[in-house]
Design a protein around this ligand. Structure first.
Ligand code: NAP
Length: 469
């Protein structure tokens, strides 16, 4: 039963003796029976958004309660620089910040005493030592105080958020509510403003990577992100409020950017959004842009080269066409007549070929000796090898490797997108200068992403954006 802190009973018996020193751990042995402390810890772990682990402000054997968001009042935390609002000592003794109105009453009723550290000006004066609960009745009081401390720390920040998730492979993605993630060391919590769809999201749903990467369900979808840093983990120097974009690159599949917030590493897959680039464009740039940089670098086009881009109408293709054309190559792009052909021409394609017709004949008509290079983003790779001139190059995002050359004098390179900060910076600078266009053709709100993914699988032109905020 929930306890009302304003009508608490007095604590029975005498107060435990504390040393009055700032960290009286030597006096705190065996206050709570193990099952009572375990129940207290179990309760703490049910609080939405709370991250637990070794204390950052006390001895590491203490069980820390952290919120991982620094944009809340310092009064709510134990230390000016740490997002820990409380911790449970091995003895069951708690150190907590509590709402100011309870500081005196808790002390007068014998449940707490002010933590000596509150004498220091740089610490909040609302830190109390809550005596270790000894039985179920005292546990109820301790959990009520813990709850009040948690609510103060949370303030008006959400601890739950909207997210598009799947609970198992093959499920239809749904808009749901999950806990706001907490950034660990070296990580950023980003309030997402925009994202975009990628084939990767669909592949995750269908379990394509189940043998390659660990999946922790529910999986939140969404690789691309653009937004604002609202909290940082230990060791991060990037300031709060920084505008960032990139690709969610985690060893396990769990976090995603089709959500109000996403936690990403500060070290890889993230870069600052330069002035002049908006969230919508930055949110559709990361994965497809990095993949396009990878394939274009792999074929290294130069003036005088003819580069065939197959799958030119998609997200990666739309960037690859532009990058190859900017490098001085004559770009031959696949597209159906009409809107698709207009689209790739506007991006810099000099010639358009229709992949639903006789691709080889159309390409030979443009480059009788074969193209200098081919970029393979869709369709049959073998047919493309035959269209590349001897000594030429073929780069593929679909895992096609040297074996596809089949003895011919063509260098075949499989490309994995590498969204390093340097590549992301380069892409963003190109967008800022007007040299690279972000080909967003439609934008969907977070709630409509699941339906948009179904449409994306059926074919799309350019990038499909996601608007989150
Ligand atoms: N290796 C990596 O790191 C990496 C990174 C990013 C992407 N990828 C992969 O690279 C591929 C392209 O990515 P994306 O984001 O650009 O996908 P996308 O937006 O779905 O684009 C694919 C495009 O290819 C077109 N297409 C389909 N079949 C074709 C064919 N036989 N001939 C010519 N064009 C055809 C599609 O046109 P319609 O819509 O008209 O069918 C669509 O415009 C995907 O398979 C994706 O999974 C890999």
């Amino acid at each position: 039963m929930a306890i009302d802190l304003s009508t608490l009973p007095p604590r029975k018996g005498t107060r435990p003796t504390t040393t009055g020193k700032e960290i009286p751990h030597d006096q705190l042995e065996q206050f709570s029976p193990p099952e009572i402390r375990a129940a207290l810890v179990a309760y703490a772990e049910t609080l939405p958004g709370v991250a637990t682990g070794p204390s950052l402000v006390s001895e590491p054997g203490s069980f820390a309660l952290r919120l991982g968001r620094a944009e809340r009042p310092f009064d709510a935390f134990l230390h000016p620089e740490v997002d820990e609002f409380g911790h449970i000592h091995r003895s069951g003794f708690l150190h907590l910040t509590v709402p100011r109105e309870y500081v005196r009453v808790l002390d007068e009723l014998g449940w707490t005493e002010p933590h000596p550290i509150t004498r220091r000006a740089e610490f909040p004066d609302t830190i109390v030592m809550l005596y270790a609960p000894r039985d179920a009745e005292e546990l109820a009081v301790a959990t009520a105080v813990l709850r009040a401390s948690y609510e103060q720390a949370v303030g008006d920040m959400p601890v739950r958020m909207r997210a598009v998730t799947v609970d198992a492979f093959g499920e239809t993605p749904t808009a749901t509510a999950v806990d706001v993630p907490v950034p660990g060391p070296g990580e950023l919590l980003v309030r997402v403003a925009a994202s975009s769809l990628n084939g990767f999201d669909q592949a995750v749903v269908h379990g394509v990577f189940r043998d390659m990467m660990e999946h922790t369900f529910p999986v939140t979808l969404g690789k691309d992100f653009a937004g604002t840093v609202v909290a940082v983990g230990d060791g991060v120097e990037r300031p709060l409020g920084a505008r960032v974009f990139g690709v969610v690159m985690k060893p396990a599949v769990h976090d995603g950017a089709f959500a109000d917030f996403v936690v990403v590493s500060d070290g890889y897959g993230v870069a600052a959004i330069p002035d002049g680039v908006d969230f919508a464009d930055a949110g559709a740039l990361g994965l497809a842009g990095a993949a396009a940089v990878g394939v274009v670098e792999a074929v290294a086009p130069a003036a005088g080269d003819t580069v065939l881009v197959v799958g030119a109408t998609g997200g990666v293709g739309a960037y690859a066409v532009q990058l190859a054309a900017t490098a001085g190559a004559t770009v031959v792009a696949t597209a159906a007549p009409g809107a698709q052909a207009d689209f790739v021409r506007a991006l810099g394609a000099a010639h358009v070929v229709d992949a639903s017709g006789d691709l080889a004949a159309q390409v030979r008509a443009i480059a009788p000796a074969g193209v200098s290079a081919a970029i393979h983003l869709a369709g049959d790779p073998q047919a493309l090898v035959d269209l590349v001139a001897p000594g030429g190059r073929l780069a593929s995002t679909l895992g096609v490797g040297p074996e596809a050359a089949d003895g011919r004098d063509v260098t075949v390179v499989p490309v994995m997108a590498d969204p390093s900060a340097a590549t992301l910076d380069r892409l963003a600078a190109a967008v800022a200068s007007g040299a690279l266009r972000v080909p967003v053709q439609s934008v969907h709100h977070l709630e409509d992403v699941a339906a948009a993914m179904a449409g994306f699988a059926a074919g799309t032109l350019g990038k499909v954006g996601v608007s989150v905020s």
